[in-house]
Structure formats: C-alpha cells, structure tokens
Write a protein that binds this ligand. Sequence first.
Ligand code: NAD
Length: 277
Amino acid sequence: MSNVPFLTLSDGHRIPQFGLGVWQTPAGQTAQVVAAALELGYRHIDTAAIYGNEEGVGQAIATSGIARDELFVTTKLWNADQGYDSALKALDTSLAKLGLDYVDLYLIHWPCPAQDRFVDSWKALVQARKDGKARSIGVSNFRAQDIDRIVEATGVAPAVDQIELHPLLQQDELRAYAAAHGIVVESWSPLAQGGELLHDPALQAIAARHGKSVAQVILRWHIQLGLVVFPKSVTPARIAENIDIFDFALSDQDMAAIAALDAGKRLGPDPAAFEMV
Ligand code: NAD
C-alpha cells in the first residue's frame, strides 16, 4: 500500500494529496488504466464530464473490490452545462456514468466570466452538497475575483481551486489567496504535461542526488508545498513511478532551486478568456 498523505478540506472531509488524472486518457483504455492505478495503491481519481471517460472510471471502481469510502472521485461540470438547473442535471448524468451515488468532489470546470453563469452554477453545487450527491464542492480555474463573487452570493467558499500549476507557473499570488481563505489548491498539469521541463538541468541535478526521476522530484515539490496533485499517465511503469515519492524529501535548498524556475508560463488556456462550450 502507498503512503499517500491526506489533507483536510475546510468542510472537514479528507482528500488524498496524490491521485491519477485522466484527461486525454482514451475512453476505451480508461478502465484498464484506472484499474492498474488502483492496484498500485492510487485511491484518488480526477476526471471530468468533458474528458468523455467517466464510464471507464466507474467500471474500474466497480470491479476493484475497494470500499467506496476508501476512494476519492472528482468530476467536473462542463461549461455548456453551467446554470442552476443544467448543473444539477449534469451532475446526475455524471453520477450515472460513474455508477456512483455521490462524488467526493464536484468542481465547476472553468469560470467562463463572459458567460457569467458561474454564480448560478455554484448555487447548484451548494444544493448538490446538501442533497448528498457531492461530499465536497469546489472550483477550477477560478481567479480570486471569481471566488470572491461566489462567496459573496452564497456565503459558501469552495473547498478547492484546481488550477494550472507546475514549476514554470507557480501561481504564488493565487496560492497565497487560497491559503488565506482556507482553500486547498490542486495543481493541474503538475508535470507541465511531460514537456521540456523534464529535461531541465537544475531538476536533473536534484533528481540525481536523490536517486529519483525528474518527474518524481517535481511531484514531490507539489506535495511539500501542500498542493494536491494527480499526474496523468497511461503507462503502467510511469503510474508506478509517479506514486513512488513518499520515501524521500527535498531539502530547503532543492525547494529554493525549483522556486527559481518560475517563468509565469501557461501551457493551457487563460481562465480570464476561456469560454469554450
Ligand atoms: P501532466 O502534467 O500530468 O503530464 C502528463 C504527461 O506527462 C503524460 O501524458 C506523459 O506524457 C508525461 N508523464 C507522466 N508521467 C511521467 C513520468 N513519470 N515520466 C515522464 N513523463 C511522464 O498533465 P495533465 O494530464 O495535463 O494534468 C494532469 C491532470 O490534471 C489531468 O489528467 C486532469 O485530471 C487534470 N487537468 C485539469 C484541468 C482543468 O482545467 N481543471 C486541465 C488540465 C488537466
């Protein structure tokens, strides 16, 4: 079994700090990939309606034999379904695809500020939590100003904000805002999508010193910053490698060297402008 630590959310529920992301995991391969991860000790899966693979996640869970309360499943409300009634309906659809009575965490995927429906969507998530269909509720890609608006409208703060975050985009300001408001930050694209960052000489030097891979060093950095992380892979060897990060620790000097890599470099869309439906 793995030694994945838990964080406690502001609503009192616990979240495994490490899991598996399944964006771009092909629908036909998802059940097999998730089953492999569960066998390796993964207990937290991050999917979304728009990923088109909730059924595969559900199949792997159903056949795993793992008790429901040992698993943490997140899915997300797609932009096209924002609004009060449509959000509640979209959650029911996701639950049916996952074969679950509730998700552990339901997120508004993007704020889509120009469409301006996220306050109504948030009210629906608050209701879904009351109805027991989502244990915890949160947001993704929300800026501080977006969070301020939903809190003003409902008095309910999101348990998490899932944002693009990796050594090239460290999000110091939004992390400080989240910390001040008791919001846990989840890092999406934690490995910067497996690109050039994995060949960075500073990271390679740290990895060599610890006898770990660069990917493992980056994931460990997220963990030591108190972030929640769920790297994506469909390759069993990498799925095993990515969770094997709880037997070493980065030094303050290592952490400082990684902090110096921040380049304010976004790989994904800018949440201020992303309105795709
Ligand atoms: P990631 O940073 O996890 O990178 C994944 C890629 O890195 C893989 O496709 C593979 O090419 C490579 N990789 C993985 N493990 C490796 C290893 N050990 N060694 C070398 N290369 C390795 O990127 P991601 O998939 O974009 O992000 C992770 C998860 O975050 C997603 O699956 C999804 O669940 C979530 N996400 C959410 C949003 C959002 O808007 N909320 C956006 C993007 C991703």
